[in-house]
Design a protein around this ligand. Structure first.
Ligand code: GLU
Length: 272
């Protein structure tokens, strides 16, 4: 009898659970209300997202994700992500958020939702310290250029600007950096906020050309269906700028590399 009394509501719940949210303990599908948020971050980009020896992560994106998760009342659980995994892992709900030098682009916007942007970077070019033949983006013609999988940076040069560089594939920017140092590439082009971290870590090996030929609006990626979650992230990002946290984080992660950043909240693009 006692057992039946206990089971009855459970059975009713099971029957209705498809129709009635809140009847079971099921995890919410959007990010709001989740206690733990799985966040995809980079792991080999110093200053942005880098894995420490103990398996924890650090960098600007990591701190932004910590702030946003706390504002949503959740704890972040960081997982490594590469550029080419971002859309798929959001779509398959393997991650709740992606905070990984993730530029908002029209193509990506068709697949995922973007909160933000929370920072605007500019694409630049990095060469070996002693290189003298690349001063701007048009000098990349005929040069061996890294093609990091799933990234937009090489596309900006060869597809959008039509500059005929010789693309050399790599899985990550960390791999591009190793190839550049080893002489297997002539140049590496991506966002200044990423390149500055590599140059700072290896000041005798690399230098930035200071070409700055794009605006890269970094967004926080989340599931296409989660408009409410996207708006909640935007509220958290607004607060991050208003309470002085953004200015502190920008200074902490980018000032040592000599990058100038403003403390103004970027114009949001809107959730869709
Ligand atoms: N921000 C660029 C992009 O999202 C380059 C950096 C990256 O791939 O993470 O494609």
């Amino acid at each position: 009898m006692r057992l039946r009394l206990l089971l009855a509501p459970l059975l009713v719940c099971a029957a209705l659970s498809a129709a009635l949210a809140g009847c079971t303990d099921e995890e919410p599908t959007g990010i709001e209300g989740k206690k733990v948020l799985r966040v995809g971050v980079k792991f080999d980009q110093p200053g942005i997202g880098q894995e420490r020896r103990d398996g924890t992560f650090e960098g600007f994106d990591v701190d932004v994700a910590e702030y946003v998760a706390a504002a949503l009342g959740a704890t972040p659980e960081f997982v490594r992500i590469t550029s080419d995994q971002r859309e798929r892992r959001i779509r398959d709900r393997e991650v709740d958020l992606v905070v990984a030098s993730y530029s908002i682009t029209p193509d990506r916007r068709r697949e995922v939702n973007f909160a933000g942007p929370y920072i605007i970077g500019h694409q630049d070019i990095m060469v070996r310290e002693d290189a003298t033949d690349v001063a701007g983006v048009h000098d990349l013609r005929g040069k061996r250029l890294c093609q990091a999988g799933g990234s937009n940076s090489w596309r900006r040069v060869t597809v959008e600007l039509g500059i005929k560089a010789r693309l050399v594939p790599a899985a990550t920017y960390g791999e591009c950096v190793r190839m550049l140092q080893a002489g297997d590439l002539d140049a590496l082009t991506t966002d200044d906020v990423i390149l500055a971290g590599y140059a700072l870590a290896n000041p005798d090996a690399f230098r930035l050309v200071n070409a700055k030929f794009t605006d890269e609006k970094y967004g926080i990626g989340l599931h296409k269906d989660d408009i409410g979650g996207c708006e909640a992230v935007n509220r958290a990002l607004t607060r991050m700028y208003q309470d002085g946290t953004a200015a502190r984080l920008l200074a902490r992660w980018f000032r040592p590399a000599g990058l100038k950043t403003t403390g103004h909240v970027p114009q949001f693009e809107g959730c869709s």
